[in-house]
Design a protein around this ligand. Structure first.
Ligand code: HEM
Length: 550
């Protein structure tokens, strides 16, 4: 090796070390900057946000998040007990020293929802999860983009549109009825044990497939679909390790990028939805161009969306946009409706008198109720449906972050940490706000002493809905569909489906808990909390189903 090679080598090594040092220095500088910015933001938040009282921190790592998640359905009771102790708004410790402000006051909640998607927006974690799993559709968007997307979808959810979709719900539930009749027949008795939850999944999936985008998933005919696999896989994320990862990703959203078996399933879901949407897009645009009569054409939600699009190329929906909205419909509409139907069958089994009274109301109508009768001529059915939605809201908790400073008014004063009594609170930009829907829907302070009891009669009694509950804004004073710009677009759709399915099932079958009144239930997991019989694997809800003979 000559002197010049040695000199070159030394030079290369020195400059490599210098580059490495530069990289390390840059990383250290960035980390320090991040730490300073985080500390400044936290200090600003503390200074500008009313310091509220609240429970002590059980864990530096998770705050109260892990305890609430592990308590499943009883999480709502924890929030209610804290409201009794600390007032209608209070703060709870969250992941890695963060704090969330919990709202349980109807006025504060109404103020919050009026500003959803603008002042109160998705947390970086929710946004990342929605985008990765389900695309840049309605659930992911906020502000102006949300308003634009929602405006384009709204006509497809009008009463007239849903009226046309009602026969689809009847088709689905009659398929289930036929299969149940066969099961009972095969057993040679007048009854059979039927795992109703999976049937409610099938009804709900096939209905949203056909009504949402003219695709028959065929799950009621026994077909396996990648959609249900993905949803089940999401559900199994509630193992201890996944709860921990989910809680930690609230502070570090990059954790959601770690590849898992679920990312593979999401790719499959995307492929399936991609194929379905390509067919739908092609067929519906052709129908539109050929001017095929409206009565014969596609009435599905996405079909109407495509037909309503402008000829202007810039305003035409891209394949990606169509796919994103289809996935939104699946995510928003499939499991929610299925869980609600399952709870209704459980509550009717627990309350045979209510079941009999409901059946009597349905039998008085004669044949199957029309859309108009479902909407306004069956008050007891309406009460059963809304009581189920009140006591068992499928979506239980929402966290949002303030995108700007705000002042939230209260309907009753609270005492702050410093002992001051205030009738409004200040929240600084970046403050986390939490609303637990189940807590509000079942709060004794709002719904009275029997708030936890499933009692459809309350919807029919003159003073069944207490004054405080009437202050809650939202569909029928419930937060089940939340409120404001993001209020469930599909509530008319889902209530109609709920009523159609229940009307056929209750008219034709009698439901009983499998092991009699002592049957024990607990909460299992799909993507959402789901009821299950204690001891069953997965979220199984077997009920005894008897044919009803008049
Ligand atoms: C019992 C059944 C249902 C319940 C309890 C329910 C509840 C909700 C809730 C709480 C939201 C707000 C989500 C958020 O803020 O992140 C929502 C949004 C939404 N739901 Fe539902 N939903 C149900 C059924 C359906 C069905 C069947 C469909 C469609 C056919 C649907 C379509 C939507 C859509 C499109 C949104 C997004 C609205 C927006 O962001 O503007 N939902 N739903």
């Amino acid at each position: 090796m000559n002197a010049s090679t040695v000199a070159t080598n030394i030079y290369t090594k020195v400059s490599e070390s210098a580059r490495r040092l530069h990289a390390v220095d840059a990383a250290l500088a960035l980390t320090a900057l991040w730490a300073v910015l985080t500390a400044v933001r936290a200090a600003r938040r503390r200074l500008k946000t009313t310091q509220l009282r609240g429970p002590p921190n059980p864990s530096l790592l998770y705050g109260v998040g892990k305890d609430v998640a592990e308590a499943t359905d009883s999480g709502a009771l924890m929030y209610e007990a804290w409201a009794e102790e600390y007032g209608v708004v209070y703060q709870v410790p969250a992941t890695l020293g963060q704090t969330k402000i919990v709202l349980t006051d109807p006025r504060a909640i109404a103020h919050f929802y009026a500003r959803e998607t603008w002042t109160y927006v998705l947390t970086p974690l929710s946004k990342a999860l929605f985008e990765r799993g389900f695309g840049r559709g309605l659930l992911w968007s906020q502000g102006e983009s949300h308003r634009r997307q929602r405006k384009s979808l709204t006509p497809a959810f009008s009463n007239a549109a849903i009226r046309k979709l009602a026969p689809i719900f009847y088709d689905s539930v009659y398929k289930a009825k036929g299969a149940w009749d066969a099961l009972i027949e095969a057993g040679g008795n007048d009854s059979a044990i039927i795992e109703v939850q999976s049937w409610m999944n099938h009804i709900s999936l096939d209905s949203i497939g056909i009504a949402g985008f003219s695709h028959d998933f065929g799950s009621l005919d026994g077909k396996k679909t990648s959609v249900t696999e993905v949803f089940d896989a999401f559900g199994h994320s509630s193992s201890a390790i996944n709860v921990v990862l989910l809680l930690l990703s609230q502070a570090f959203p990059f954790i959601t990028r770690i590849p898992t078996s679920r990312s593979k399933l999401i790719r499959r879901l995307n492929a399936t939805i991609g194929e379905i949407s390509a067919v739908l897009l092609d067929r519906t645009r052709k129908e539109k161009e050929l001017g095929i009569a409206d009565e014969k054409g596609d009435h599905s939600i996405i079909g109407l969306l495509i037909k309503g699009e402008s000829k202007d190329a810039e305003l035409r929906l891209s394949h990606e946009e169509i796919m994103a909205q289809m996935k939104v419909l699946l995510l928003a509409g499939y499991e929610t409706t299925s869980v609600s139907l399952t709870w209704a069958l459980i509550e009717l089994s627990r309350n045979p008198d209510v079941q009999t009274k409901l059946r009597e109301e349905l039998l008085l109508i004669g044949g199957d109720p029309t859309y108009e009768q479902l909407t306004s001529s069956l008050p007891y059915l309406d009460a059963v449906v809304h009581e189920t939605l009140r006591v068992h809201p499928p979506l239980q908790e929402f966290t949002r972050v303030a995108a700007e400073d705000d002042v939230i008014p209260l309907s009753q004063p609270v005492r702050t940490k410093s002992g001051k009594v205030v009738d409004h609170i200040s929240v600084a930009k970046d403050t986390l706000i939490l609303i637990n829907v189940a807590c509000i829907n079942r709060s004794a302070a709002i719904w009275g002493p029997d708030a936890k009891v499933w009692k459809p009669e309350r919807w029919l009694e003159e003073d069944g809905i207490p004054k405080k509950a009437q202050e809650v804004q939202g569909h029928r004073h419930l937060l089940t569909f939340v409120d404001g710009p993001r209020t469930c677009l599909g509530k008319g759709f889902s209530v109609t489906e709920f009523k159609t399915v229940l009307s056929v099932l209750v008219k034709n079958f009698v439901f009983e808990l499998r092991d009699g009144p002592e049957t024990k239930l607990e909460i299992g997991r799909g993507i959402l909390p789901r009821p299950k019989l204690v001891g069953e694997v997965g979220t199984k809800t077997p009920l005894r189903v008897r044919r009803f003979e008049a």
